[in-house]
Design a protein. Sequence first.
Length: 409
Amino acid sequence: MTAKFIRALRNDWKYINDWRGFANSSDGEGVVITYNFMTKVPDEPRVDPLPEINTSFSRYSTVEQTVVRAALKIWSAYANVKFVKVDTQDAGIMFGQHRMYDPVEGFAGTLLFDPAKQAMRPTDVWLKSKGFTDGFLTTHRGLEVALHEIGHALGLKHPFAGKARLTGDDRDSSIMSQDYSGPYNKPGIYDIAALQSIYGPAHKRMGANTYKIGSDKLIWDGGGIDTVSAASAKAKTYIDMNDGSWSWVGKKAKSLLDDGQSWTGHFTQIEKAIGSRYDDKIVGNELDNIIQGGKGNDTITGGGGADRLFGGAGKDTFVLKSYADMGTLEHHDEIMDLQPGDKIDLRALHTAFRGSGESDAILTPGTGGQFYFNSVSQELRFDADGNGVIDAAVAVHANTINQAILIIF
């Protein structure tokens, strides 16, 4: 289930005609959005305007346009959204301004996607003009309001509206709140996480990056071979390498803002994990992971893909939850450093151990859910359906299966 702090910010309300409340056709799909500045009051505003639109409309100055461009650039630095300036008056987002009375400083519609036409439905963003000559838009507050309203256009809502809501410091840490406590020129981590859950992360951080569990509150990455690490953690750690997952040092807190908490953003791919010197739990994702437990009695679940699993020092447990999670016969999981005291947990497979041997002949014909340790290839080999053909395998680097580890099944 999607985290509450993301549901509190995503504009997932039902629209008529089954329109989707975002600019793209599905989550994770990047978009290109055109924009321009109004030269006059539109004949058919795309957002219900305030009464003053006809009497107080004014054009954006060059300096004010620069501030709006800065706000667009800030959002595109985090999510896979590209904004392109065009000269027409029917751009995806049209920016207008007119006089507004306190406390209103801006309002915006939401970009929608029409599945029937396979097209984006455009919208307008309005900012107040009163005070522009005094530098409203060119002050810190002006940029903050511009970020807020553009957030609405991209599909974010107020965190205090709807069924899922943020409260207290969590609410105030969102730029979509009316009492934002963060920096004026940057969205909060919940805002970024929510927008990335819609459009995916920006194509940045493309190299080999390392993120620290508990220190990096929001872990997001655009590509490359990346690592999450708890090597410097001061307590046991839970690491979930899947995108859209919560990890922590010590224990899970109620708020991501609390000490020791980390969130891996949606559509962020992490390939490697390093545990602490304590008793960690590490869960891999669908990629070919390299997981190092480190010291301590660790529990490691590789997940999908062909993983290389290192327990390190301590009495470690390797959990295999399904045959599909082992990879393929040609490219499968490897448990790299089995030692006496380590365990392989196969309870989820409901399978029977046939001992050690040098060939598949050790298996019982016609019996499903069985496996053995091949002492030549150093593999656990599984016959899931009893047809005498090996369906899955896991390499286990040890002298013999009985001397090295205990199998739980």
